[in-house]
Ligand binder design. Structure first.
Ligand code: URA
Ligand code: SF4
Length: 216
């Protein structure tokens, strides 16, 4: 990643975080304590997208810091990764009251933020955690049928997985989540060879500006 590209990506991520901190686009802003924009390095190769902040996330303004987060960290450790190396975010940035499911209008209101984050990071692989995050990319899929498989969508690999919290509530899902995670290193390695993404931030335009100006 070039220095220009990194600076631009960082700028977009900071801008999104600043906007969600004061966002009133959906009802969820009434009950939030802190919005949770998501976090991770801009050169992360992999992006994990969960559902929405829970109690602890709402308190701290950080994603996956409760029980589900602990399990996610264990899963990452099982493939030799740390959370600092990946981007972790959610489809809604504010906590739904009592952790209820996000509503369609809330998902729609918030989706532009995630879209901008995806464009800015341009990850090789996106792992969706849970049904709502999967629904963004594979609207008609059934998670029980597609989890752990990779789908090429708009030039990017999407890998749907069960939500770690689901596996904590339903221990029978745990081995399946662990197996799905075990395949990730290979998927990431395979994705490295993919052609450049069309959504790469347009730093070239910036560089060309002086040249264009000199024409006048
Ligand atoms: N569950 C989620 O989907 N996201 C979080 O950030 C925490 C728990
Ligand atoms: Fe805005 Fe998203 Fe929070 Fe709704 S959930 S208020 S759209 S940041």
């Amino acid at each position: 990643m070039s220095e220009d590209s990194r600076a631009l990506s960082e700028q977009i991520m900071q801008q999104v975080a600043a906007e969600v901190a004061v966002c009133t686009r959906c009802m969820l802003h009434h009950s939030r304590k802190r919005s949770v924009p998501g976090e991770g390095p801009v050169d992360a190769q992999i992006m994990f997208i969960g559902e929405g902040p829970g109690f602890h996330e709402n308190e701290q303004g950080r994603p996956f810091v409760g029980a589900a987060g602990k399990f996610l960290e264990e899963l990452l450790a099982s493939i030799g990764m740390r959370r600092e190396q990946v981007f972790i975010g959610n489809v809604v940035k504010c906590r739904p009251p009592n952790n209820r499911d996000p509503l369609p209008d809330e998902l729609a209101a918030c989706s532009g933020y995630m879209e901008r984050q995806i464009q800015a990071l341009n990850p090789k692989v996106i792992v969706t955690l849970g049904r709502y995050s999967m629904g963004r990319f594979l609207p008609n899929a059934k998670i029980s049928e597609v989890h752990g498989r990779s789908f090429q969508i708009k030039g990017r690999l999407i890998v749907p997985m069960f939500h770690p919290a689901a596996a904590l509530h339903q221990p029978s899902l745990k081995p399946s989540v662990e197996r799905d995670f075990a395949t990730l290193p290979e998927i990431i390695a395979g994705a490295t060879a993919a052609p450049p993404q069309p959504e790469e931030p347009q730093v070239e335009n910036k560089k060309e500006e002086p040249k264009q100006l000199s024409l006048f």
